[in-house]
Design a protein around this ligand. Structure first.
Ligand code: ATP
Length: 243
């Protein structure tokens, strides 16, 4: 890769005998929104877990390949060091701490405790998601699905990542809420954070992204500028429901 950014090279992953990714390579240039499209079980979550180094929590392991940010290897680091290096994942299914307050969920996302960095990050997420300031003292489990997704994104932003890994942020949300989340992703990107978005909602993802990859049964089968993929017959038929 010529410029700065996240680079995945020849990444293969297995869950025991199950091969979930085969020699996957992709790039998220600095400042870009890149999407990975794929159906159920294609390996999208696995890819994000491999980058964030949380794969072992799910019984998986990288068998070959590298992940680097600006040329610095991430694939040898512990998950908390990956966050410290600037890459933070929002897992699928939101996974907020339901019994903790909204404010405590956000605190849990901040690196290195308190200080001016945290205050600044909190101001930023409250500006992006005013509802989280209004509900600061409410238990996270009482928020709506869309608000929980906002909280999950906000919690990741508390670590001030350079690259945000988003796993199916629109899953289970009503179309209006999915659009609001998409607008926020655009805003987060405009503020300088790169985004790697995995989505089954291809229409939404292709509107947000500059570049897209198609993942099928663990392999990248297509890639290109998002507009080109959106116009391709195969993507239209398989992922955009156009017959
Ligand atoms: P979905 O949208 O359904 O989450 P996905 O594209 O994110 O799909 P993955 O969850 O990454 O796909 O799964 C890729 C492959 O790895 C699938 O064959 C899946 O069954 C397998 N897999 C995923 N997680 C595990 C696990 N913890 N243990 C064993 N196999 C797994």
């Amino acid at each position: 890769m010529s410029g700065a950014g996240l680079a995945v090279q020849g990444l293969s992953v297995g869950y025991g005998p199950v091969r979930a990714l085969r020699r996957v390579s992709l790039e998220v240039p600095e400042g870009a929104v890149v999407t990975v499209l794929g159906g159920n079980g294609a390996g999208k979550s696995t890819l994000l877990r491999a980058i964030s180094r949380t794969l072992s929590f799910h019984g998986g392991a990288v068998t070959e390949g590298t992940v680097a940010l600006d040329g610095r290897r991430l694939d040898t680091l512990a998950p908390d060091r990956v966050v410290a290096a600037g890459v933070c994942q929002v897992p699928e299914g939101r996974q907020v701490f339901a019994r903790m307050t909204v404010a405590d969920n956000l605190r849990a996302g901040a690196l290195g405790g308190g200080g001016p960095g945290r205050a600044q990050a909190l101001d930023r997420v409250h500006a992006l998601f005013p509802v989280l300031a209004e509900r600061a003292n409410q238990r996270a489990g009482l928020l709506s699905g869309g608000e929980q997704q906002m909280l999950a994104v906000a919690r990741a932003l508390m670590a001030a990542p350079r690259v945000l890994l988003l796993d199916e942020p629109s899953l289970g949300l009503a179309p209006l809420m999915a659009r609001r989340i998409a607008d926020t992703v655009r805003e987060i990107n405009a503020q300088g954070t790169s985004v790697l978005l995995v989505e089954q909602n291809a229409a939404l993802a292709l509107r947000l992204a500059t570049h897209a990859y198609v993942l099928e049964v663990g392999e990248i089968t297509l890639s290109g500028p998002a507009g080109e993929l959106a116009a391709s017959d195969e993507v239209r038929r398989r992922y955009l429901g156009v017959v």
